[in-house]
Design a protein around this ligand. Structure first.
Ligand SMILES: [Zn+2]
Length: 481
C-alpha cells in the first residue's frame, strides 16, 4: 500500500472503531456499575449483551465483518445428531453466512429458493469435534534440530498438523503451549479463515515454577525456554499471567510445580482478566490448584480421593487425555515422571483415576495431547480417547456430547460452539456412518463446514479460488500516448 492509502485505511479503521465505541458506550455506562458490582474478581461475568465481540474466550470488541458462505447453505436428508438430544433424528441444517439459522424437521423446506443444497442422505450431521489438548506448533519428525524454536517453522508445522485434524472433523482445538508467538500467529490466521484448519484457542507458553514441568532437566528441544515462562513468587505469577494475556492467550495453562500462594495469585489474576486456567499437574499440586479455583485439570495423573471429591465440589473439570499415557504404557510399561514429577504409574492406575472422576460426577472433556508425530495418528488417537469413556460407562452419544458440547462449555465457548442450534457458529461435520452408535464411524468424516465455509469435501481439503479484486482504475490509462 502507498503511504496515502495506508493513512486513509488507518483513518477509516479509527472512524469505524469510534462508531462502534459510541454504540457500546451508553450501554456500558448504564450497565457498568451494576455489572462490576456483580463480581469484580471475574470479568467473564461482566457481559454487555449488545456488544459485538471476537469469537474467542477473550471476547474483545470486534468490528463486524462478512464471514462464511455468501448465501444459504442447506445440509438435507441426513440424520441430525445435535449434541442436545441424545438420539439422532431426520432433518436439515440451514446455514447463513457463518451461523446456523435453523435445524428443520424432515419434510420442511423452509429455506430460500436460491439456497445451495447438499444432499447428505444416509449420513450423520453433527457439530464439529473439539480437541481440548493439542500442541500444534511442536516439532514433527521432519523438523531440523535447529528449527525447534523458530516461530516461522513452528507456525508452518501447526498449519500442517492442524490440517490433519480438520480432515477428520475437528473444527476447534485448545492449543496447550508452543514456542514464542507461534501459537497466537496460527490462531489469528485461522480465526480469519486464511487457511484450512480448526479454530485455535491458544495458551501460548506454560507458566510454571523454575525447574517445573517443561522446564526441568533433562532439557529437551521441545521444552526449551521458548515454550515456558518460569515464574517465582505470587507477584511474578500475576505478572506472568498478565504477560500471557497481553500476548493473546485464550486461556492460561499452568503446570506443577508452584506454591499455594503462587497458584492462588495466578488463578485469581487470570479470572480478573476473564480467562480460564487449566493445570497440568499431579499429586499435591492438583490439590493446590483445585483449592486455588483452577477451572480444569489436564491428564489422568495421580491424585487422592480427597482431591477428586474437592474437584466435584468446586466444579473443576477434567481433560483426562487417556490414550497418550496408554501409548507410554504400551511402549515403556510405565510412566516415570521427570525431575519435577516424582511419581510413576501404570495403565490400571491411570484408568482407575478416570473411573473415580466419572463416579464423582466430575465434568469430563475430551483432548488427545496430540504433539509432533502423533498428529499422524489422527483420528485414531481421538477415537481411542472416546473409547476410554465408553469403557468407563459412557454411551457413544454421551462421548460425542463430551467431545462437542461439554468441551465448548469448558472453554467458555458454550454459547457459540458445540451444538447444532440456531445462533451457533456454523462448525458442522458430515459423517458417512452413525458415530453416535459406533465411535469407529468417526473415521469416516466426509465433509466439514467451518465458520460457514465448506473446507473439507469428499474427505479432502477444499479451497475455492480467490475472487480477483478489480484494479481501482482501468489500466493502462487511456491518457497514455
Ligand atoms: Zn500437553
Amino acid at each position: 500500500m502507498k503511504r496515502d492509502s495506508i493513512q486513509d485505511f488507518a483513518r477509516n479503521e479509527a472512524r469505524r472503531a469510534l462508531q462502534g465505541a459510541k454504540r457500546i458506550l451508553p450501554l456500558a455506562l448504564l450497565l457498568g456499575g451494576t455489572a462490576l458490582a456483580q463480581d469484580f474478581n471475574d470479568r467473564r461475568k461482566v457481559q454487555y449483551p449488545d456488544q459485538v465481540t471476537a469469537d474467542n474466550p477473550q471476547r474483545t470488541p470486534a468490528i463486524p465483518r462478512k464471514q462464511g458462505f455468501d448465501g444459504t447453505l442447506v445440509l438435507t436428508g441426513g440424520r441430525i445428531f445435535d449434541s442436545v438430544k441424545s438420539a439422532a433424528y431426520p432433518g436439515s441444517v440451514v446455514i447463513q453466512q457463518n451461523k446456523i439459522v435453523a435445524v428443520l424437521a424432515a419434510g420442511s423446506t423452509a429455506w430460500p429458493a436460491d439456497a445451495k443444497i447438499v444432499d447428505v442422505t444416509g449420513k450423520t450431521v453433527m457439530p464439529g469435534l473439539i480437541d481440548m489438548h493439542v500442541h500444534s506448533t511442536y516439532p514433527t519428525p521432519e523438523t531440523p534440530a535447529d528449527m525447534t524454536d523458530s516461530e516461522g517453522h513452528a507456525t508452518l508445522r501447526a498449519l500442517r498438523s492442524l490440517q490433519m485434524l480438520l480432515e477428520n472433523g475437528i473444527t476447534s482445538v485448545r492449543d496447550m503451549s508452543g514456542p514464542l508467538n507461534a501459537p497466537y500467529i496460527i490462531s489469528e490466521w485461522l480465526e480469519k479463515d486464511m487457511a484450512p484448519g480448526p479454530r485455535v484457542f491458544a495458551a501460548g507458553h506454560i507458566i510454571t515454577g523454575t525447574g517445573g514441568h517443561a522446564a526441568d532437566r533433562p532439557l529437551t528441544p521441545i521444552h526449551s525456554a521458548a515454550y515456558t515462562r518460569e515464574a517465582n513468587g505470587a507477584d511474578d505469577w500475576v505478572k506472568a499471567v498478565r504477560e500471557t494475556y497481553k500476548m493473546g492467550a485464550s486461556h492460561i495453562k499452568i503446570a506443577s510445580h508452584f506454591a499455594p500462594d503462587e497458584v492462588k495469585a495466578g488463578v485469581a489474576e487470570a479470572h480478573r482478566l476473564g480467562l480460564k486456567v487449566t493445570c497440568d499437574c499431579e499429586t499435591i499440586y492438583t490439590q493446590m490448584a483445585v483449592d486455588a479455583g483452577v477451572d480444569s485439570i489436564e491428564h489422568p495423573l495421580p491424585r487422592t480421593d480427597e482431591t477428586i471429591k474437592l474437584m466435584a465440589q468446586k466444579g473443576t473439570a477434567s481433560i483426562p487425555t487417556m490414550q497418550v499415557y496408554q501409548g507410554l504404557f504400551d511402549s515403556r510399561g510405565v510412566y516415570a515422571g521427570t525431575a519435577s514429577r516424582r511419581f510413576s504409574m501404570a495403565a490400571q492406575a491411570n484408568y482407575d483415576i478416570l473411573k473415580k472422576m466419572i463416579a464423582a460426577g466430575i465434568t469430563i472433556g475430551v483432548g488427545t495431547d496430540n504433539i509432533g508425530g502423533s498428529f499422524y495418528n489422527t483420528p485414531n488417537i481421538y477415537i481411542a480417547d472416546l473409547k476410554f469413556l465408553q469403557k468407563a460407562g459412557y454411551s457413544p452419544a454421551k462421548a460425542l456430547m463430551a467431545a462437542t458440547r461439554v468441551n465448548a462449555q469448558i472453554m467458555d465457548m458454550g454459547d457459540k460452539l458445540g451444538t447444532l442450534e440456531p445462533g451457533k457458529l456454523a462448525d458442522v461435520i458430515v459423517v458417512a456412518g452413525n458415530p453416535d452408535q459406533n465411535l469407529d464411524d468417526l473415521a469416516k468424516v466426509e465433509m466439514v463446514v467451518r465458520n460457514g465455509n465448506i473446507v473439507i469435501k469428499d474427505g479432502q481439503v477444499y479451497m475455492p479460488r480467490h475472487v480477483p479484486v478489480p484494479l481501482a482504475k482501468p489500466s493502462p490509462p487511456e491518457t497514455l500516448k
